[in-house]
Structures are given as structure tokens and as C-alpha cells.
Design a protein around this ligand. Structure first.
Ligand SMILES: Cc1cc2nc3c(=O)[nH]c(=O)nc-3n(C[C@H](O)[C@H](O)[C@H](O)COP(=O)(O)O)c2cc1C
Length: 137
């Protein structure tokens, strides 16, 4: 299996409805292809982690990469793994407040990015996830 992470810039037209539909579609598709992970959104950028069989992650990533609801998709890591970290999440959305004025009105919930995360051993992945709320687009 592999774990792949990327960052991208959300299309400013992305709405709450869109985010809900992305997550609903993802939960269903990802269950079918046994991909797990997390999608972080701060109103400006996305950071997504995808875990699963190499072929499945690769073909899903190709599909996601041409989605017009985001751009500037940049792979930040890609590693072989023995075990999943997000095994319970077919795709979990976490909204993070990084830059209060840039957050769309509909984002009410402000969460600590790693609160309720499964345990992540000290690693680049952990640093990337915990530093996400300080990243500015
Ligand atoms: C930031 C972002 C993350 C996405 N993550 C996923 C995902 O994890 N799984 C998924 O199936 N689709 C995801 N999508 C949606 C896909 O780009 C695509 O619209 C969807 O998979 C199409 O599903 P369908 O082939 O069933 O119509 C994501 C889109 C965006 C903008």
C-alpha cells in the first residue's frame, strides 16, 4: 500500500454544498476502492491524505487532480506503507481555521487540526498535518 499527500488551492467558488457533496461522493467511492484518509480545508487550501493499494490511490488521485474545484495540485509526500493510519475514515473532512477573514461564512466549526486524529507516530506526516493550520495560501 501507499500513502500519498497533496496540497491544492480551492476554487473560490467552492461552497458548503460542494464540500458536502465532495465528502458524500468520496465516502462512497473510497469505500468501494478501499481508500482511506483525511481532507483538510481552511477556506483557501486543501490538504488531502490518501491511503490504499497503489493502483487505487493512483487512479483516484488522477481523477481528483482534474477536478475544477481546486488547482495547483502539488504532491507533498508519497510513501510505501504496511499499515493505514486513517483506517476508520473512508474520507473525513476537517475544517481548520488558519486565516479567519478568508473563511467562508458557512464555516462555523473551528477545530484543532489534530484533535480526534488517530494516533500518528512522530513523522513527516505528523509535522505536515500539525503545521497545516499555520499554512497560508
Ligand atoms: C479537494 C478534493 C478532494 C476530493 N477527494 C475525493 C476522494 O477522496 N474520493 C473521491 O472519490 N472523490 C474525491 N473528490 C471528487 C473527485 O474529484 C470527483 O469529482 C469524484 O470522485 C467523481 O465521482 P464519480 O466518478 O463517482 O462521479 C475530491 C475533490 C476535491 C476537489
Amino acid at each position: 500500500m501507499i500513502r500519498l499527500g497533496y496540497v491544492s488551492v480551492a476554487n473560490p467558488m467552492v461552497t458548503a454544498m460542494e464540500m458536502k457533496s465532495i465528502i458524500a461522493v468520496s465516502a462512497e467511492n473510497n469505500k468501494a476502492c478501499e481508500v482511506t484518509g483525511v481532507l483538510l480545508y481552511n477556506g483557501i487550501t486543501f490538504l488531502q491524505v490518501l491511503e490504499g493499494k497503489k493502483e487505487n490511490v493512483k487512479s483516484l488521485y488522477q481523477k481528483i487532480a482534474i477536478d475544477e474545484r481546486h488547482s495547483a495540485i502539488t504532491t507533498i509526500f508519497r510513501e510505501d506503507i504496511e499499515a493505514r493510519i486513517f483506517s476508520e475514515w473512508s474520507m473525513k473532512l476537517k475544517i481548520v481555521a488558519s486565516s479567519a477573514e478568508a473563511l467562508p461564512d458557512w464555516i462555523e466549526e473551528i477545530e484543532d487540526v489534530v484533535a480526534e486524529f488517530p494516533p500518528i507516530p512522530p513523522s513527516n506526516l505528523k509535522s505536515v498535518l500539525t503545521s497545516y493550520d499555520t499554512v497560508r495560501a
